[in-house]
Design a protein around this ligand. Structure first.
Ligand SMILES: [Zn+2]
Length: 312
């Protein structure tokens, strides 16, 4: 928020002029986050007023982390969001791929849209971090999350399976921030619903799974959360859901079925609703010690991975 000092002082000296007469912008609340008419989310750094053209604009940070300027009439301010939905990957970052060529980024997005619709129907305010196929830096997603401060950030993914093994039960993982008890509770409530839904589909037969599927965290060798979307959003309850295995041909058939996707979105929404409105806890929690599951942190997001901004 920025309140001009002149909004108080000038009217005292020029009491016969209205604000419109002066042509000045006296009182302007700058939003932290805006969305273009085309649905692109932008982080607002500052407000800018051109005295000559009277053009009002925002200096913004784009999804790839670049600086840009946009007219304030071309965006809507976003605030008071309960659930921020992050459809994992996007643009040149495909995520995993099924044996039939279905890209995880697209499946994540279609599930995210259904989840948003489902939350809307339950009057749970929500925002999609992307509504189409474009790149977003992880640190940028985290910056938006911290600025919006939702009650929950959920990053939607589907597993690929480099460490998979065959399993008689579905292998779904929900990662939470290792220090967050609320995150653990949210993760267990969502896990319970998604696992229970998947368990109804015997058609899959051989599921894939990690060694210890369930509700857990992974740490870096420095002892911080491994996933950037969890590590960089401290203060916001954040989860990363790896729903079943897109890389398993049998699971891919189920995961990409339109009817199943609607049920999948409803199951996630059930977990979210229980998190927001009850004190319940769910299931699937795996007891971990801080010495376990350490991985080396990578800096790909900052320096190496190419990122192409959407048109704004
Ligand atoms: Zn993914």
């Amino acid at each position: 928020m920025s309140i001009s000092f002149f909004s108080f002082v000038l009217p005292i000296f020029f009491p016969f002029y209205t604000i419109e007469d002066t042509g000045l912008i006296f009182f302007k609340e700058t939003p932290n986050i805006v969305e273009t008419k085309g649905g692109i989310v932008l982080y607002v750094d500052d407000y800018d007023y051109d005295w000559k053209t009277k053009n009002e604009s925002y200096k913004v940070v784009t999804p790839c982390g670049n600086k840009d300027v946009i007219n304030i009439n071309n965006v809507n301010a976003i605030s008071d969001i309960d659930v921020l939905i992050d459809p994992g990957h996007g643009g040149g970052n495909h995520g995993t791929i099924s044996n039939t060529g279905i890209l995880e980024k697209n499946l994540n997005l279609s599930l995210a849209k259904l989840l948003s619709k489902e939350l809307d129907s339950r009057e749970i305010s929500n925002l999609l971090l992307r509504k189409d196929d474009h790149n977003q830096r992880i640190w940028w997603r985290a910056k938006v999350a911290k600025a919006l401060s939702p009650k929950l950030l959920i990053s939607l993914h589907h597993n690929d399976g480099p460490n998979k093994k065959n399993s008689p039960i579905p292998g779904t993982d929900v990662y939470y921030q290792f220090e967050s008890t609320e995150g653990q509770r949210a993760a267990s409530l969502i896990y319970k619903e998604v696992f229970s839904l998947l368990s109804n589909f015997d058609s899959v037969g051989n599921w894939w799974s990690s060694k210890k599927p369930g509700v857990k965290y992974i740490l870096t060798s420095e002892g911080d959360d491994f996933f950037g979307i969890l590590r960089n959003t401290k203060g916001v309850t954040s989860l990363l859901l790896e729903s079943a295995y897109l890389a398993n041909p049998k699971e891919a058939v189920l995961l990409t079925d339109e009817g199943f996707k609607v049920k999948h979105a409803k199951a996630i929404a059930n977990g979210i609703e229980n998190f927001l409105y009850t004190n319940e806890s769910g299931s699937g929690f795996i007891k971990q010690t801080k010495g376990q599951a350490k991985r080396k942190r990578t800096y790909l997001d900052y320096f190496i991975t190419p990122c192409t901004d959407p048109r704004i």
